[in-house]
Design a protein around this ligand. Sequence first.
Ligand SMILES: Nc1ncnc2c1ncn2[C@@H]1O[C@H](COP(=O)(O)OP(=O)(O)OP(=O)(O)O)[C@@H](O)[C@H]1O
Ligand SMILES: N[C@@H](CCO)C(=O)O
Length: 308
Amino acid sequence: MESIKIKAPGTVANLVCGFDILGLALNEPCDIMEFRLLDEPKVIIHNRDAYNLPTDPEQNVAGVVLLAAIEKAGGTIGFEVTIEKHIKPGSGLGSSAASAAGAAVGANKLLGNRFSTDELIQLAMIGEKLATGVKHADNITPCILGGVTLIRSILPIDIVPLASPDLYVTVVHPQIEVRTSDARQILKQLIYLKDAIKQWGNIAGLVAGFMRNDKQLIGRSLEDVIIEPVRSILIPGFDEIKAKCKQAGALGGGISGSGPSIFMLSETEQVAREVGRIMHGIYERIGVENNVYVTTISNEGVRVVEHE
Ligand SMILES: Nc1ncnc2c1ncn2[C@@H]1O[C@H](COP(=O)(O)OP(=O)(O)OP(=O)(O)O)[C@@H](O)[C@H]1O
Ligand SMILES: N[C@@H](CCO)C(=O)O
């Protein structure tokens, strides 16, 4: 195989209470990436979108992942990649992770699938480190594997794919940029034991809810007493959106990744669409441009759409 075209899905990391350890893949939006194998060890990047992301491989998350893949493969081949981004950088929808995970999977396919899943996650985390300053796998893992995933540990890597319930996901992306690196810097480094107890109760409840397909338990467990109170201050309309969406029948939700996007889970498409209208209406009223996605959890991660 000389070239390949893949789709890398957007992801919702944290799932409210599971900071850095839980995430899910979305059916929409997705980035498209095309890779071509080169016979010398270099990376060439073309951006086919309006986001003006770096073409220097050392500065682009896909580039650093491809450079690491070249080294791991023995340093004799290279890659040319064209990135068509539909997941806006800094949206909280796993834009950097889509490029990082897409690069790891795309390179692996062209190299004859020589890397294990754990190695793909290691490679993709190099990209997340470039984007956010820290290695974390709660976007890249669902992006690679699809579904809902628990990252029990990254050192060593220990991934637990969870059952993916049949749920609708509504996401509103207000058009402001919150960089993950900034949204991490404002977090407290010390927390109260009483908050930790509440948080680990919610994480355990959420995982059990996914495994048992208990949607009410999922809804009750979508509560974050540690990260959300700090980060939600950066997101206009957050409290009103959350309250009104739950009144309209959403199971619950919160900040998507590090924000500014907000997501809600619903049992029916009708409620999910109503939730989208509420989100959009609140941002229209307060004068914030926004995009709404009404989608579902994708059980597929990065997927090949064409190869030669
Ligand atoms: N290929 C790339 N795709 C996306 N962002 C990139 C890429 N290369 C470099 N970056 C940089 O990474 C940053 C975006 O990553 P960041 O993690 O802040 O956003 P995000 O991935 O949308 O958020 P989240 O991880 O919360 O979902 C921007 O500063 C952007 O310039
Ligand atoms: N867990 C990460 C996801 C965003 O990259 C965070 O919330 O900072």
